[in-house]
Design a protein around this ligand. Structure first.
Ligand SMILES: NC(=O)c1ccc[n+]([C@@H]2O[C@H](COP(=O)([O-])OP(=O)(O)OC[C@H]3O[C@@H](n4cnc5c(N)ncnc54)[C@H](O)[C@@H]3O)[C@@H](O)[C@H]2O)c1
Ligand SMILES: N[C@@H](CCO)C(=O)O
Ligand code: NA
Length: 790
């Protein structure tokens, strides 16, 4: 076999330095020793040429200046691209070509008619210049090359040079057919069809952004997909390739590195997916022929379809009920009226006799097809197909399955087609652990979480099959939604440019899209109003993860409803970071309780901010300056008064107490505030400006503690009876609390099992990295529930 590959380059601009360089790269990296490049007329050149011929036909005086401009452009191009000796030869040919062109234009001018021959000649001339330039360029780049007119190439049975450029008289769109025929004739190993729009996806990637590239197809699958409107496969171009059993590659010029799709004899057996892709034909009408008198009558269908054939109406799909009471068939919408009229004419006698009652067209439809040879005999594929449509709320109007079983088709409303495609794609191609994620509050924690996810996405997908799609991000004013997923590594720029006004309902519906296997909202705000929605999110099938303490400290009635809803729906509510940030506090406590230990007392430093402030403060720097620093470092609540008022500690102790089964409200527990009354009512920004007012209070407390040889620590307590409190205390320097430094939280659990020696958890309890990390581990915990082996 000859070591030859034939390439068809369709609608690709080769006459530029970029284009030529890319061509050489591609040819050099192709494995075969000989390459044939069949050039298709480059559309722009073509358009310009057509225009010129028309101007000549209209005897428009501008013709000659146009022709001169063209000449200048071509010569400039050649001078730019090619070095002197080669360039001069090409230039000479172009000059000669322009002289010939002038003769042609003159004759058109004279006879005021553009003959097919003139058109072909002029077209081939332009192609030959492109081929000439490309050929010389290749020679300059160490690829021995030659060029040949298409007609001459028909006599060839071998290729000597590294690259052979074939040009001329191939109509736009037919270079692929020509390339495949030539490949068959040359006994090539394969043919590559280059296009300039896209790779072949398993669903239209403009409608299903998460669609994947199909890597292999059999001839039958490819033909079927092309029939169902898949772009970039031209079934007529496959014919010579199929006859010669050639491998056909579909590649995209814009994605030079991607190997694209291979169509081959046994291409259906390479990929494990039984369904290879989904395709849609838009603008379809369904013609319904109905009547009791048709039942059992031989020849109705044959009369109907031969009438359609005679009227040259292409029938896209046929479906007949086994009762034979009705036949319906799909035609392109613009043929609907004619198809109805044709059928009515054919069956005029039957209509008269009322053995056929009605012939009617329903418009605004689409045909959706699943294609895959390995669907054959596979029970369940059709079931999965139709149940996915049903779940997505897509009404199926008619069904047909080709007897080859290479496709299953459904007629649906045109307006449902996007929804249907997405539902099918998710069900058949997305991993079972694909999660549609919405992030509310991309601030300190939310923003850092996105960074962390961005670094791990690929590993999580490869290692655990966990497929995180961040499909929405919103702050208090704006939101950014994306069908497929927002790249968490570069969300900021998109958010700035594309975000629209926040619509919370729309956000929730978008994240909860039924065609994703799982949905999750991560609430990284401090909003109570959002916390009030958790129940409804869980009800609509969305899991919830949050570092926001508002739900855990909401009125008991709501809190209990939240837990009950989570239990009942099986949707998770995870909130480890509401206490001790990333430290495993909540889960430790749950484990103790669930394994039958009795917890007597919890006592701890649970505010990272206050821990850092009191371990840093030594009277040398004002306390207020330290608060500003803590905010800067991302330790504090968005409004630091939540920390300084003790509220944050109060909330955390309530969350812990509720975990032990106690019923209590934050309002009912004693909380010592460090915020001077004078700063209570002001706005957060005014508070930050007037922060110095806090300094004397702290200084006094500090001095008192120092006098006793003790250290100030703000602690939360849940006592033996479930009473909670939050207050500033001082501890002797050998006490574990006194020894904590930085943002360290220290939490002591005194239980039956840990009685004389309490169980202590200690470590950084605030900050962007540790908290976001804690939220991330809640995501992985959720994934484990969903079946990931993490
Ligand atoms: N900072 C920490 O160390 C830490 C530790 C544990 C828990 N938390 C909790 O994490 C949460 C976030 O803290 P942060 O420091 O990232 O705050 P932040 O102020 O940096 O970010 C909050 C974000 O929420 C957005 N937001 C507010 N209301 C909203 C609404 N109704 N809808 C949508 N977005 C809204 C804001 O626009 C902002 O983007 C808080 O609940 C906090 O208690 C923080
Ligand atoms: N502001 C809180 C964040 C952790 O919940 C703290 O300092 O502990
Ligand atoms: Na925690």
């Amino acid at each position: 076999m000859n070591d030859i590959r034939v390439h068809a380059v369709e609608s690709i601009n080769l006459v530029s330095q970029d284009g030529l360089e890319k061509l050489i790269r591609i040819l050099q990296s192709s494995g075969e020793a000989h390459q044939v490049v069949v050039l298709a007329p480059f559309t722009d050149v073509n358009l310009e040429l057509n225009n010129l011929l028309h101007v000549a036909m209209q005897r428009d005086e501008r013709l000659w200046s146009m022709q001169e401009q063209r000449f200048t452009r071509w010569t400039a191009l050649v001078e730019d691209l090619l070095a002197v000796p080669a360039g001069t030869k090409v230039l000479d040919r172009i000059k000669q070509g322009f002289a010939d062109m002038e003769d042609i234009l003159r004759s058109i001018w004279l006879v005021q008619e553009i003959s097919e021959g003139a058109k072909r000649y002029a077209g081939a001339l332009c192609d030959s210049w492109v081929a000439d330039i490309a050929c010389h360029w290749a020679n300059l780049h160490d690829l021995s090359s030659n060029l040949l007119g298409y007609a001459d190439s028909q006599k060839k049975h071998s290729v000597e040079e590294a690259v052979l450029f074939v040009y001329g008289a191939v109509k736009d769109g037919q270079s692929e057919y020509a390339a495949a025929s030539l490949a068959a004739q040359l006994g090539a190993v394969g043919v590559t069809f280059w296009n300039n729009s896209s790779l072949l996806h398993n669903a239209d990637h403009r409608e299903v952004p998460s669609a994947l590239v199909i890597r292999s197809l059999s001839y039958a699958e490819a033909t079927e997909l092309s029939f169902f409107g898949a772009p970039i496969i031209h079934s007529h171009a496959l014919v010579p390739a199929i006859a010669a059993s050639l491998d056909v590659q579909l590649r995209c010029w814009k994605e030079e590195q991607d190997p694209g799709t291979i169509i081959s004899k046994h291409g259906d057996q390479i990929e494990p997916n039984r369904v290879k892709g989904f395709s849609i034909i838009h603008d379809i009408a369904l013609i319904n022929v109905e009547g009791a008198g048709m039942s059992g009558v031989i020849g109705i269908a044959s009369r109907l379809f031969s009438a359609m054939r005679k009227a040259s109406i292409s029938v896209v799909l046929i479906s007949q009920a086994s009762s034979e009471y009705s036949i319906c068939f799909a035609v392109p919408e613009h043929e609907a009226e004619r198809a109805c009229a044709t059928a009515k004419k054919e069956f005029a006698p039957e209509l008269e006799a009322a053995s056929i009652q009605s012939i009617e067209a329903e418009t605004g439809l689409a045909v959706l097809a699943a294609v895959g040879q390995q669907m054959t005999g596979q029970a369940g594929v059709a079931g999965k197909f139709f149940s996915s449509l049903g779940k997505a709320g897509v009404n199926v109007i008619a069904i047909a399955q080709g007897s080859s079983e290479t496709n299953i088709s459904a007629v649906i409303k045109g307006s449902d087609s996007k929804k249907a495609l997405r539902a099918l794609h998710a069900r058949f191609f997305l991993s079972k652990r694909a999660i549609s994620v919405g992030l509310l509050g991309p601030g300190n924690i939310g923003g850092t979480l996105l960074q962390q996810i961005s670094k791990e996405t690929i590993r999580l997908k490869e290692q655990f099959g966990l497929d995180i799609h961040i499909r929405g991000i919103a702050n208090s004013r704006k939101m950014l939604l994306d069908q497929d997923g927002i790249d968490p590594g570069d969300w900021k720029e998109r958010f700035e440019n594309e975000a629209v006004e926040l619509d919370q309902d729309l956000f929730t519906r978008h994240i909860g899209a039924t065609y994703f296997p799982h949905s999750l909202i991560i609430d990284c705000t401090t909003s109570s109003q959002l916390a009030e929605q958790y129940v409804s999110w869980l009800e609509s099938g969305i899991h919830v993860i949050t570092p926001n303490k508002k739900a855990g400290t909401a009125p008991m009635e709501y809190y209990q409803r939240l837990l009950e809803t989570s239990m009942r729906t099986g949707k998770r509510f995870l909130y480890e970071t509401t206490v001790g940030a990333g430290l495993p506090i909540i889960w430790t406590l749950k484990d103790l309780v669930q394994t039958g230990d009795t917890v007597h007392r919890i006592e701890g430093i649970v505010s990272g901010t206050l821990a850092w402030l009191f371990s840093s403060y030594d009277g040398s720097v004002p306390f207020s300056a330290l608060v500003r620093q803590a905010k800067e470092m991302g330790y504090t609540e968005p409004d630091p008064r939540d920390d300084l008022s003790g509220m944050d500690v109060g909330r955390k102790t309530v969350i812990l107490a509720r975990e032990l089964g106690y019923s209590l409200e934050v309002e009912d527990i004693p909380i010592q505030s460090l915020v001077p009354e004078s700063l209570d009512g002001c706005s957060p920004s005014e508070f930050m400006e007037r922060l110095e007012a806090i300094d004397p209070v702290i200084e006094a407390a500090y001095k008192e503690a120092v006098a006793k040889g003790e250290k100030l620590r703000y602690v939360g307590i849940v006592d033996e009876r479930g009473n909670c409190s939050a207050s500033l205390k001082s501890y002797a320097s050998d006490h574990p609390f006194a020894q904590a430094s930085g943002t360290d939280n220290v939490i002591c659990f005194t239980t039956d099992r840990y009685l004389s020696q309490p169980l202590v958890i200690k470590g950084p309890g605030a900050g962007r990295e540790v908290t976001a990390g804690g939220v991330f581990s809640d995501i992985l915990r959720l994934a484990a529930y969903l079946g990931a082996r993490i």
